[in-house]
Design a protein around this ligand. Structure first.
Ligand SMILES: *Cc1c(COP(=O)(O)O)cnc(C)c1O
Length: 365
């Protein structure tokens, strides 16, 4: 049975002129729509009090659990204005499933998939004028859940939670077109260790990552690459994106992405590319890639391209790699043909310019 939403429309919506002005140059995650979804959970009632309500600040007691022990997690997906005029999301059920897998790891209550998806539909349908029409722009959807119990005890998880969905019209994540990024191999810091929360999309993973990202910038790089916690050798992820390695070229090209060892975030873009690439004649596999193999592969020419993938930036080429000891280019340092082909195909499916034989597209409005 689906939960009923109490609809409380805003009586101070942003004017059409102001909205158009904001949509011209929205940036990423800076502008928010007129409404939000809130649903409460507590041990007594389960999920209840579902609302569509005006976007507004929250009022929380300073002793609320989330502020102290970071029991919080989130999702990220996009609503696209498509060629046929409809608005659609890409695999929202996969986000619901991952949200619930993250909930399990963080001792939080799972939310029924249909309630999760209904929340997105209701918010996007209500705020559909905020879905950008500009090429490459989209409405970024951010479902999240926070622990709301008041008190500082640490012996058990919170007994109450608040699920929220907000929406942000956004431009491309990385500005300046498809520019390759440079990466810093972080041997000092780790994102995730075996048995930890690396596979859960929790804010705590990001809180612990900023210092490494700042170090990458200090080293003149755009992004940090995470290595395994034990040996600092095996490549895991780049910032908040998964990585793919392209071997060979032309008809002999194939791609490899690091296996999901429990310390990697199972990206939906990653999963989609593992299905899409073979259908385009590019064999795809999961495996293990060490920093030495990366270095040697680029030196010998066997490794031709590297790219990162995730919802926000879709596919981003990696052009240059730097470690504490050395520095090298990936191929010519320019975006490679396999990277660009996969990007074009995936974006084509998302915006409706290509057919979707996979059933990935879900109409929201
Ligand atoms: C969200 C995220 C990804 C990418 O996942 P997508 O579902 O493809 O957006 C990769 N790594 C980390 C750490 C993430 O948080």
């Amino acid at each position: 049975m689906s939960i009923d939403f109490d609809i409380r429309l805003s009586d101070h919506r942003v004017s059409a002129d102001e909205r158009e002005r904001l949509l011209e140059k929205p940036g990423f995650g800076q502008v928010f729509t007129d409404h939000m979804i809130t649903i409460r959970w507590d041990t007594e009632h389960g999920w209840h009090d579902a609302r569509l309500e005006p976007y507004a600040p929250l009022s929380l007691d300073p002793a609320t659990a989330v502020f102290h022990y970071a029991q919080e997690l989130f999702e990220g997906l996009k609503a696209y204005r498509r060629a046929d005029g409809s608005i659609a999301a890409f695999r929202p059920q996969a986000n619901a499933a991952r949200f619930n897998a993250s909930c399990e790891r963080m001792a939080m209550p799972p939310i029924p998939e249909e309630t999760f998806v209904r929340s997105l539909e209701l918010l996007v349908d209500t705020d559909r004028d905020w879905v950008p029409a500009q090429e490459g722009h989209s409405l970024y959807l951010r479902p999240f859940i926070i622990a709301t119990q008041r008190g500082l005890g640490v012996n058990s998880p919170s007994s109450s939670y608040l699920f929220i969905v907000i929406a942000s019209p956004s431009a491309a994540y990385f500005t300046g077109g498809i520019k390759p990024v440079s990466v810093w191999l972080s041997e000092e810091y780790t994102r995730a260790a075996p048995g930890g929360t690396g596979a859960a999309k929790c804010g705590g993973n990001y809180a612990a990552a900023f210092v490494a990202q700042a170090q990458a910038v200090q080293e003149g790089c755009d992004q940090v690459v995470w290595l395994d916690a034990n040996e600092h050798r095996w490549v895991e992820e780049m910032g908040g994106m998964n990585l793919f390695f392209v071997y060979g070229s032309g008809a002999d090209a194939r791609v490899v992405t690091p296996s999901l060892t429990g310390t990697l975030l199972p990206g939906i873009t990653r999963d989609s590319l593992l299905k899409l690439a073979p259908d385009l004649g590019i064999p795809a596999a999961e495996g293990r890639i060490s920093t030495d193999q990366w270095r040697e592969g680029n030196a010998s020419g066997e490794l031709t391209e590297v790219f990162a993938c995730g919802t926000a930036a879709v596919i981003t080429p990696v052009g240059r790699v730097k470690s504490a000891r050395d520095e090298w280019l990936v191929g010519s340092g320019e975006p490679g043909p396999v990277t660009m082909r996969l990007r074009e195909e995936l974006v084509g499916i998302q915006y409706g310019d290509r057919p979707d034989p996979y059933g990935w597209i879900y109409k929201l409005a």
